[in-house]
Each structure stands twice: as C-alpha cells, then as structure tokens.
Design a protein around this ligand. Sequence first.
Ligand SMILES: *Cc1c(COP(=O)(O)O)cnc(C)c1O
Length: 395
Amino acid sequence: MSFDAELNQRLATIRTQGLFRELRRIDSPQSPRIRIGGKTFLNFSSNDYLGLANDPVLKDAAIKAVRKFGVGSGASRLICGSLAPFHELEAALADFKKTGAALTFSTGYATALGTICALLGRDDIIILDKRVHASIVDAARFSGAKLRVFDHNDLNDLEDKLKWAEKNIRHSTRRVLIVTESVFSMDGDAAPLREIVALKEKYGAWLMVDEAHATGIIGKNGRGLANKLGVGEQIEIQMGTLGKALGSSGGYICGSRMLIDFLINRARSFIFSTAPVPAAAAVAAAAIQFVQSKPGKVRRDLLWLRVKQANSKLKNQNSKLLSAIIPVILGDESTAVSAAAHLREQGIFIPAIRYPTVARGAARLRVTLTASHSADDVATMSRALEQIANQNRNS
Ligand SMILES: *Cc1c(COP(=O)(O)O)cnc(C)c1O
C-alpha cells in the first residue's frame, strides 16, 4: 500500500469513530465575534478570558517591542537570544506569583516537557491526576519515571498512590512528584490544593501545579488559585501559560532561584530551542501589569458576571465551580460533533471536545466565557444550547 493510501485508511477509521479533526481558518482577530469562511460567528471557544489577545494596550506593547527588538530572537536563550523582554517578563512573573524566580518557555507544552523531564528520571515516581493536560501526560511518559494516576480530585486515591510510592521507591535520593492543575482545562473544576499540599508534605513528595486556567483570573490580582488558598510557597513548581488569560503565547515556571537555575541547565525544551519572538514576552509582561491594575480588576469582575449569567441560564449543576469553563457533557462523540455543527448553523462557534482530549464517551461542548462577551451574547448562546438539550431529550 502506498504511503498516502495507508494514511487515508487510518483517517477513515478516525472518521468512523467521530474523532476526525480539521482546522478552521479564522480571518479576524481573536474576539467574541470571529470570521470563518466569510461568515461571522459568536465565539465561545477561546481561552482569551479577559479579552486581552486583541487589546490595544497589549498590541501597543507588541509594536513597541518590535520597534526596539525586531521580530526574531536569533538563537536559543543560552546562545544569544536572551533579549531584555524575557528578563523583564520573568521578573514580573516572579513578583506576580511571589516566588524567588521565574523562567519562560516557548509554549506551555514545552514548559511541562522540559521541566518534568529535567527533574525526574527512570528511578523516580510521578503521580498525576487523571484529568491533567496532555502536555503533562506526555512529559511524564517521556521522563521515563514510573507513572501512577489517581482518580480526579480524589484525595484518598492520591494517598493510596503515595503509600504505594513510599514502598516502591528504591533509594532515599529518589523522588516522588505529584502533578495536578489548579483549574481543570476541560471540566472547569478546581483541585483541593490545600489538602494536596498537606498530603505531599506528609509523604515528602514534590508538587507541581499547572495554573493555565487560573492565572490572570482567579484570586487577588489574578495571581491564581495557589496564591488565593495561601499555599503558593509550599508548591515547589508553579506552572502556567501566557497564551490564555494573559493574551500572548508561551509557558512559565515560577519557583525558587535554585529551581530556575536548574531548569536553565537541564530543561532540554528550553536549552535546545530558539527563544520566542521578543514581542510575545513584551505582551505577556504588559498583561501581567494589566491584570494587577484597576482596569484588570474591572475586566475580571465582568468575566465573573458573565460566568454567573451563563451558569444560571444553563442551570449548570456544578455552578460552584469558579472558572470560565462550562462543560456541556453530551457523552457520545458523534452527538457532540453534530451539536457543534448545529450551533455553527446558528452562527455560534463552540467546538466539540472529544477523545483523546477527554475520555471516550465523555465528549462535550466546552463553553468558555470571556469579559468581552455581552449579556446578549450569553443569552443567545444559552438559548441555542437549551434547544440542543431539548432535542437530545426528545430523540
Ligand atoms: C493550554 C494548556 C497547556 C499548554 O500550553 P500551550 O501554551 O498551549 O502549549 C498546558 N497545560 C494546560 C492545563 C493547558 O490548558
């Protein structure tokens, strides 16, 4: 069989499972209204929670950085690419998260991969929440560490895994790392961070928390859930991304100066990769300043107002969750795909999230609210979703 014929066959299998994915070209900036194929859609799919991706303040920061530092970084940070905007951003991040230091990477994916693989190897053990992001799962596998998964947010199961690790760790110099998210990307619920911190201290494990969906929007000044719960200092490795609420792109680690120096020396996705464009760092630094300012608080208050509206309109059972992510679970992959298509016909863009992003049979529409949506936008979206729910009930 020819190369393409074989791939075509594999794609056919993906299609019959309702798992085929395709790119949709967007001809407008990221905002509540996006242009696809000459049509305008109401967008409830972006992680641009504060509407910063197309904000004039951040665009200005990018333009200034381009004028001053050009567009490309020229090399890896360790060769000659460590331009001033990266250092300014890292100082801003460390101050924001109240840690000794910070390091940024080209993406969140590269952050997880570089960090976990630098810290752990074959003789170590890594314990993950069942629903952590694929970047963390991939990093854990790639590190070669023994991998254990605990049921989502289940402290008893986590403790069982820690007890198992205690018995199975070969040397006292070997390490156990727990990794979780603070706000989960596809479910919008939060991890019991205080209790997880207590467990990791009890068993002498390390803890890494990914705040991709909390940074910028949760806690005082948007410092994240760990800061809000007062456990930031006990978490060895605080991770996050710059491409969601902060409106730019990239990933970061906040932690001790020792951790950052170690990563600069050992994180391969940092060492062997060209530095991102300096404008991306300048934008993220401007965003960190923005979220801590009064207009930043106004933007956050607006976001939470829209979340509240959507939660009450959608009668979200899990409305205690303090996140901008509302999962509408439909179960079957094809049902989710046709629901998304139906919404698109009505000019609403909410993609179906399917395996392998979520478990098989847990396909869903993932609604994300932003501060840029109007009350009318939320009402339109809620009505359309209600209709779909009624149709599913009647079929
Ligand atoms: C988006 C995301 C990442 C990956 O970050 P990118 O910058 O998009 O590569 C990592 N972890 C979580 C929880 C995410 O949601």
